[in-house]
Every structure is written in C-alpha cells, then in structure tokens.
Design a binder for this molecule. Structure first.
Ligand code: G3I
Length: 450
C-alpha cells in the first residue's frame, strides 16, 4: 500500500509515542516464543525433560509435557532392568509408550542408558567376565536395534568414572570385564543404529576436576583412535553443596573443542526463588553460548516428579505452576544470541569427492568434525561394482593444515592406504578410516582401487 507523505508523518509520530511509552517492548515480548521448546528451537536447540511412562495418564503432567518440551528422556524405562528383566527376553512396552508419545508431538528422544553399573537386572548383576561382556553386547545391540532411527542421542555408557580425586574408572562388574568395555559398547551401538548420536553421560563432571579430566582424556583418546563417540552428557544435578561451577561454560566448551557435541542431560537445581532462578538462567546461557551444546534436559517436570522432590529442584511446582526458575530459563532462551543449529543436529551431506563408481573402482566421502584449530576426518571408502583388493585415498589439505595421526589406514603424508584387515571390500560395500589434524580439514579426496 502506498502512503501519502502526511500519513507517513502521522505513522512515524505514533511510532515515536509508542516507543516513548514502552509499547514496542510489549509488542516484542508478545512476539517472543512462549514455551521452552519453541524458544530453544529458535536457537537451534531442544529443551527436554525426563518422562515417566506411568505419569502420562496424568492430565496436568501430560499437558505441560506436550506444551513445553520438544525432547524427552525415559527416566527409567530404557534401563537394563526395565528392558531385559530376564536374560534374552526384552520388554519395551513402557519405553515404547514414551517414544510413541514423543513421535506424536514431534519431540526428539534421548535414549537412557544402554550400559550402566546401576539398575542392572539381577541376572546381569550375577554375571562376570566373558558372560557379562557378551550379555552387555547383546543388550546394547537388541535395545539400540529396537529403537533404530528413533533416537536422537543415546547415553551409551553412564557414570563409568569414580568420584574423588583419582580420575580412575568406577569399579563395577562391567569395568572388571576389561577396560575396553566402554569402547566396545560404543562400537556396538554404532553398528546397531548408525544415525543416533552416541554420548558418554556422567555427573560431577560439570566443571573442570579430576573426574571430568578423566572423561576428557577418554574422549580425546576415542577421537584419536576412531572409536565412535559423538557427544558428552553433563547431568548437572546441583544443590547448595554442589552449585553450578564457575567454569561450567568453559568446561562444556573444552569438550566441544574435542569435536563432540555437548548436552545438558539431567538438569535439576535444589532451592527456590531468585537464587534458584539465577542458577537455571546461568546454565541456560552457558548452553546457548557453546555452539555445540545441542540442548538441555531437565530431570522431571514438576517438583513432585523429581527423584529428590524435597529439594524442589525443577521448573514447575507440585501443582504444575511455572516457577521463577521457569521464567529465568525462558527469558534466557528468548534473549540469547541466536546461533546456527549445531552441525550434527542436521548433519550436512558428506562431500562426495569422487565420481560414482562406474563398474569397478571406488569412491571416498569425507565427514568432518571441525573446530577452531583442528579437525577429525572420517573417510568412507565404497567399492564399485567389483570387489576391492586394496585402496588408496589421496586428500587435498587446505594450506596451513597438517595431519597429526590416523587410524584404520596406513598414512604417507596425505595419502592413506588400506591396512591388512580392511583392504578387501565387497562390491558396493564400504569401510572407514580416519585421521586427525590441525588447521582446516579437507573436503576433497580421490579414491584409487587396487
Ligand atoms: O517401580 C518401583 C515400584 O514398583 C516400587 O514400589 C518402588 C519402591 O521403591 O520402586 C519403584 O522403582 C523406583 C524407580 O525409580 C521408579 O520410581 C526405584 O526404586 C528407584 O530406585 C528408581 O530411582 C531412579 C534412579 O535413577 C535409580 O538409580 C530415579 O527414578 C531416576 O530419576 C534416577 O535417575 C538417575 C539417572 O538414571 C542417572 N543419573 C542420576 C539420576 C538420578 O539418580
């Protein structure tokens, strides 16, 4: 519509009055997202809650769940004791209910937890050695396969490090099967559901300390050896004796810098009023400030739903009313700087750098985990119409970049060839190798069959 100069003047004058009277501020608040999930989504993140299947029939509970949250974590229903109460007999009814509800609401699902020293069925508690290792592998395979394609992120291994200053692994029947049990669980989960992000999840790792340093070293080691790990979960159970650490954001960031996503997985903060609200605001802002922080999950909806209800640690009171802590989180989400969605939330299609195989030959595709100053490249080698008896992939590194180490390949500069166990690749099948480096990672590669 074309306006006359006079009309434009009147409009401008009215606008000036509205600004002076604060009416514009009201307008912009009215336009801000009004639920946790919608606001987090505007920032490329999710806002989730732990859910108990038996509470889904509670109208207040379900009403808040459907309105506010776009991610859910089954609080107990996917644990080993719930999903495999008798060895080899799986029971998914309660967890399926939660997943179906999430799907109907367009919410993501965080799977929790595949391998854990706690909440094991008694038959598993009584196993050890190879029998337990095999049972664990079967459990991870069966559960991850049952939910294949439906889980955004899996807590593959939960709470495997000891508290205190040692940085040691927690003693458990799983740990006693051998130190490699964690990487075996991750490799098994990847094989069962390649699309799910695979997380290590723990508590008391929220600031830099001996325990988080030990987890950090494990993640660094996994990345360097190509053990599939995509994310680290920080449970974030806080109270006055264990408040939000001052280096909370810095700790999230140092993990993100290793090339993994970070997630706040079980947030609750005991307390009330402004003090509690401020702590919730701090945690929310920390996640928004770390690009690879995918989202926040609170460990329950109402205070009365909490595993430590007497500490009133959640965002809604026992009647389902929003608390000051709720408003602090929503305000932090709404005023936070908008950052692009973390890359792994919607992974970019891998760069195909060689033409599709015509008959024989091979192709190579590079997936990059890039951070400021370094990268991890995972390269998929796919055989054409004929079986490969060996392969070499040459990559072109941007200037200033360098390869520091590699796995599942024999490296010579920027040329990578198969090792003894992965040279033979059936027609149409694939194998993977990886390498780590400094600077900007490569996007161009060529594959040559031998
Ligand atoms: O379902 C039974 C019920 O039939 C029985 O009558 C009742 C008697 O105790 O127990 C009920 O099961 C309880 C279950 O929660 C469901 O309410 C278990 O005893 C109880 O141990 C279990 O607690 C859960 C706890 O993990 C177990 O370790 C909490 O709900 C759950 O919030 C909590 O979650 C953990 C995360 O998985 C890992 N991180 C820490 C977090 C808090 O502890």
């Amino acid at each position: 519509m074309k306006r006359s100069p006079k009309r434009r003047l009147i409009l401008a004058g009215t606008l000036g009055l509205l600004v002076a009277g604060g009416a514009l501020a009201v307008t912009s608040t009215a336009n801000a997202a009004t639920t946790l999930g919608a606001s987090a989504a505007e920032k490329g993140r999710y806002f989730g809650t732990a859910v108990a299947a038996y509470k889904l029939s509670d109208a207040t509970y379900s009403g808040i769940l459907n309105r506010e949250f776009n991610s859910v974590t089954p609080e107990n229903e996917m644990k080993w004791d719930a999903t495999e109460p008798t060895q080899g007999q799986f029971s998914f009814t309660s967890a399926d209910q939660i997943v179906a509800r999430a799907k109907a609401n367009g919410a993501k699902v965080r799977g929790h937890a595949l391998a854990w020293h706690s909440q094991q069925p008694s038959w598993a508690q009584n196993l050890s050695g190879t029998a337990l290792r095999n049972a664990m592998v079967n459990h991870v395979t069966q559960v991850a396969t049952h939910y294949k394609g439906q889980i955004d992120s899996w807590d593959v291994v939960n709470e495997a490090f000891a508290d205190g200053g040692t940085g040691a692994r927690r003693d458990s029947n799983l740990q006693r099967t051998g130190n490699d049990w964690i990487e075996v669980a991750f490799r098994t989960a990847r094989a069962a559901d390649p699309a799910a992000k695979l997380c290590y999840n723990d508590y008391n790792t929220d600031g830099q300390n001996a325990k988080s340093n030990a987890v950090f070293a494990m993640v660094q080691d996994f990345k360097s050896r190509g053990v599939p790990i995509d994310c680290v979960g920080f449970q974030s159970h806080f109270n006055s004796a264990s408040p939000v650490p001052s280096d909370y954001q810095a700790n999230l960031q140092r993990f993100a810098n290793l090339g993994v996503d970070v997630q706040i997985t079980e947030l609750d903060i005991e307390g009330s009023g402004t003090t509690q609200a401020n702590s919730f605001g701090t945690v929310t802002r920390a996640c928004l400030a770390v690009t690879r922080c995918n989202g926040i999950t609170v460990w329950g909806i109402r205070d009365s739903d909490s595993w430590r209800a007497s500490g009133t640690p959640l965002l809604f009171d026992g009647s389902g009313n929003k608390k000051a802590a709720y408003t602090a989180v929503l305000d932090a989400l709404n005023s936070g700087t908008s950052t692009p969605p973390p890359t792994t939330t919607a992974p970019p299609p891998p760069t195909t750098t060689t033409p599709p195989p015509s008959g024989s030959g091979c192709t190579s595709t590079i997936s990059l985990n890039q951070w400021n100053g370094g990268f991890v490249a995972t390269v998929k080698v796919t055989a054409g119409a004929s079986r490969l008896n060996g392969w070499t992939v040459n990559v072109t590194l941007p200037s200033g970049a360098a390869v520091t180490n590699s796995w599942n390949a024999s490296a010579s500069g920027t040329s990578f060839s198969n090792v003894s166990y992965n040279g033979s690749v059936n027609a149409g099948a694939s194998t993977e190798f990886g390498f780590q480096g400094t600077g900007t990672g490569p996007s161009v590669s060529t594959c040559t069959a031998r």
